[in-house]
Each structure stands twice: as structure tokens, then as C-alpha cells.
Design a protein around this ligand. Sequence first.
Ligand code: ZN
Length: 191
Amino acid sequence: MTGRTHDLAAFTLLNGVFIYYPLTSISLSTLFVSISANLIGGLTPDIDQPTADLWRRIPAGSIIGRIIYPILGSHRMISHSLLGVIVFGFVSAKFLDAIRNVLIVDMNIVWFSFMIGFVSHLIMDVITKEGEPLLFPLPFKFGIPPFHFLRVQTGGMVEKSIIFPGLMLLNGYLIYSNYHKYLDFLKLFIK
Ligand SMILES: [Zn+2]
């Protein structure tokens, strides 16, 4: 999937989780940092690709990408696996803990938002033609549906004309059918 679709998928899953676990208190700064962390999480599994969208969005990103790429192996290795969820979850928690005194926000919410983005990436990539090595280091790639020809081509017609608009509609539907939860949430910021 392309970075644009991963951004939207990350936000969609965050939106879905919010409906089941509405927050009763959150600061505006935590909200902004959490949404940013969610989008970064949604692109993070592709850091094993030197041309990844994440690298294009940060200064000197392509240089950092070229350094990290050989460490993580070729595209779609550990960062697209369940082991990757644990490793990246651990590393990001350590990182957020280290900057706890620099950034005064609720780090638990930020971390969850990041991980929701990360997991959304794996959900989206599992329906692509390449599949994912979910049980890395075991050398098997998984895909849904199991038949390669039925899966989605990254950046192709199905992604652009069905999946992306479908996710937009899903967000619209989630907001429409739970608008009272969003209203209550907005009231947290209007005193
Ligand atoms: Zn990916």
C-alpha cells in the first residue's frame, strides 16, 4: 500500500478504537502528538525501504533510510511481522520514556496511538500481492486471501478506487453513527 493509504488506515483504526474506548480526559497537546504518532506508526513498518514515505517526510531521511535499510534486511522482513510489533513496541516505549521530560504529554496515549498505526500497516499490507512474513524469522509470507492473484497491487487501481475511498466512507460512517461520542470529546476542549 502507498503512504497515503497507510496514513488513512492508521487514522481509521485509531478512530475505531476511540469509539470503543472514548477518552474522558486528554490535553490538546496530547491529542496532536497522538495523531502525529499514529500517522508515524502507520508508516514505520516501511522503514526497511530506503525510499519509504516516512524517510521522504523527514530532513535527511533518505540518508538515514539507506543506513537503516541493510540493518533491517530487505523490504518486508522483521518490521512486517508479529515479532516486529513486539520489538518496535518495546523500542518506541523506551524512546517515549526517554523524552518524557521534554514533551509534556500523556505518553501512554501517544504510545497506543503509535502502535495502532503500526498494526494498521500490517493489516493493510497483508492483502497486498507481496504478502507479509508475519511469523518472521520463519521464511513464510502470508496473504489474505491466500490466492496471490486475488490480492491488491500496491498503488494500483483497486487501492486507489476502492480501498482508499472505502476507508474515507468508513470514517464518515463511524463519525456519523457515533457523533454523540465526538461531541462529548470536543466538549473536553471547550470550557
Ligand atoms: Zn509495508
